[in-house]
Design a protein around this ligand. Structure first.
Ligand code: PLP
Length: 362
């Protein structure tokens, strides 16, 4: 069996051990005589799977009892609408930090539900860095602040989070959730699709501070009302059962690999392999992100010209390095090195890049 060196931006690599365990259990899940996919979502067996996933995520991220964990559908994209629909109130503004395409999309949706303000944007700098934002930057009537903690397309990431006082902070963590230690209590809502660090696509994780529900808008469609899902423990309707099962396996794998701390250390080592190389040869592999904003998850860079970029991507693909092309909106190259990407894969890429440069010095 040959596994590809998978640098896809999402859905992306899953740990091999997780895939093997899922394969082992695929036809007969724990003696039930059926696959997890075939279990009733109301069965004791599936309730255990759900409880297990919730429990593991709570422990790994140290989620306090003030917050509820939900497994929903619709991707992070639906959260762009659901958050303002539920929590953007009249007389208040939704404050947005615009650090890339995904924050712009979140902002666009919020505009459908009330007043918004852009409190900082790095668009004029081609989204090469994370701007400075403090609680003093925010208007007095800020209802909530929305940030995107990792900008998948541009390869920038918030390195730490300022204290925003009483302002509820909503964070799209789609592409860096569980990649490093984060103080969950600083956030009113953390959300993200599972398909990067947590499992297959189809499950959306929402971690929501319960007291937000005291200031929720009324008259919402049942499925788009967080209260519905909290009351039903994410079982209001049929949930993505197989995805939740896979999520629990991925979380178990994280536990077996040193928990979040172990994963963070590995992620830092992996990213350093590529950034160090780019710092050594910045005229050949030019990083897109400024040094103080570099992402541990998506390493973005450009090459001297289009022709060389095309050739590099073609040769890389022929060697089994998949998914290295940059997002269609910015071009260039991007290595997405989420939690499940092994360090050996990053080593192999660094070696390939070094050799490619030597062979193509102009
Ligand atoms: N937010 C970020 C930061 C993303 O990277 C993505 C997808 O890549 C999304 C939101 C959209 O997620 P979904 O496809 O789950 O709606």
């Amino acid at each position: 069996m040959v596994r590809a060196h998978n640098f896809n931006a999402g859905p992306s690599a899953l740990p091999l051990d997780v895939l093997k365990k899922a394969q082992e259990e695929l036809i007969d899940f724990k003696g039930t005589g059926m696959s997890v996919m075939e279990l009733s979502h109301r069965s004791k067996e599936f309730e255990d799977v759900l409880a297990d996933a919730k429990d593991r995520l709570k422990k790994l991220m140290e989620i306090p009892d003030t917050h509820e964990i939900l497994f929903l559908q619709g991707g992070a994209s639906l959260q762009f609408s659901m958050l303002p629909m539920n929590f953007l109130q009249e007389g208040k503004v939704g404050a947005y930090v615009v650090t890339g395409s995904w924050s712009k999309k979140a902002l666009k949706e919020a505009k459908n539900f009330g007043e918004t303000v852009v409190v900082a944007s790095t668009e004029d700098d081609s989204f090469t860095h994370i701007p400075e934002v403090t609680v003093n930057t925010l208007p007095e009537n800020t209802g909530y602040l929305h940030i995107t903690t990792n900008n998948t397309i541009y390869g920038t990431q918030w390195q730490d989070f300022p204290d925003f006082g009483d302002v509820p902070v909503f964070a799209d963590m789609s592409s860096d959730i569980l990649s490093k230690k984060v103080d969950v209590s600083k956030f009113a809502v953390i959300y993200g699709g599972a398909q990067k660090n947590l499992g297959p696509s189809g499950v959306t994780i929402v971690i929501l501070r319960k007291d937000l529900l005291n200031q929720q808008n009324s008259g919402l469609p049942t499925m788009l009302d967080y209260t519905t899902h909290i009351k039903a423990n994410s079982l209001f309707n049929t949930p993505p059962t197989f995805g939740i099962y896979m999520l629990s396996l991925v979380l178990e794998w994280v536990e077996q690999n040193g928990g979040v701390e172990g994963i963070q250390k590995r992620n830092e080592e992996k990213a350093a392999l590529l950034y160090d190389l780019m710092d050594e040869f910045p005229e050949f592999y030019t990083p897109h992100a400024q040094k103080d904003s570099r992402s541990l998850m998506n390493v973005t860079f450009t090459m001297p010209n289009e022709e060389l970029t095309k050739d590099f991507l073609q040769k890389a693909k022929a060697e089994g390095f998949i998914g290295l092309n940059g997002h269609r909106s910015i071009g260039g190259c991007r290595a997405s090195i989420y939690n499940a990407v092994p360090i050996e894969t990053c080593q192999a890429l660094a070696e390939f890049m070094k050799a490619y440069r030597e062979a193509h010095l102009q």
